[in-house]
Design a protein around this ligand. Sequence first.
Ligand SMILES: [Ca+2]
Ligand SMILES: [Ca+2]
Ligand SMILES: [Ca+2]
Ligand SMILES: [Ca+2]
Length: 206
Amino acid sequence: MTYAQMAGSPVAMGAGYGSYGIDAADFNGDKRTDLVVGNVANNTNLRIILNNVASWAAQPLFGATILPGAGPNVVKAGDWDGDGKMDFISVNRNGGNVTFFKGNGAGAFTRPNANIAVGTAPEIAAVGDLNRDGFMDLVVPNFGSSNAHLLIGRGDGTFNNPVVLPAGAQPNGVAIGDYNNDGRPDIAMSVFNGGNVQIHRNTGTN
Ligand SMILES: [Ca+2]
Ligand SMILES: [Ca+2]
Ligand SMILES: [Ca+2]
Ligand SMILES: [Ca+2]
């Protein structure tokens, strides 16, 4: 197996850009997979890179009217509101919150909802259908507050009020899986300062 850099790669992200999380989806409906890249460095913006035929072309940074929360480091692409157009969620480390970005199907985004507060310094997130209602949910461990926020999606880009799980000191990894084979997705978190792994069984009845 071999790989080679694509034309136009590497893509310069601009001065001060602290590239962090990355995710892929076709944001403009041209059948070519695009990228969204988090930016934990300057607290203000993140970047979409649309995938052109000839080369990767860096798109402008989001402007002042569409700022996510501070330090958008984790990005999770998907059709979060079920309209057939790809959206993404940013988890904002320095702001301690989560932003829903609604895609227009042409590579542009709006931020229709207020940010959702989570804990302190979320550094990672996982997507799954925790309550098995067909809508994507989000698990956000918080490195700074030793807990995790579960955001149950309503399928329209909004979420129920977060459920807070305890975690050990400085959780910084998460994996959703069915660890007891009962059909319900459970949550495992690796805990940096605690030096352990916590596995939370899903006791939901649905
Ligand atoms: Ca595309
Ligand atoms: Ca959508
Ligand atoms: Ca769900
Ligand atoms: Ca289970």
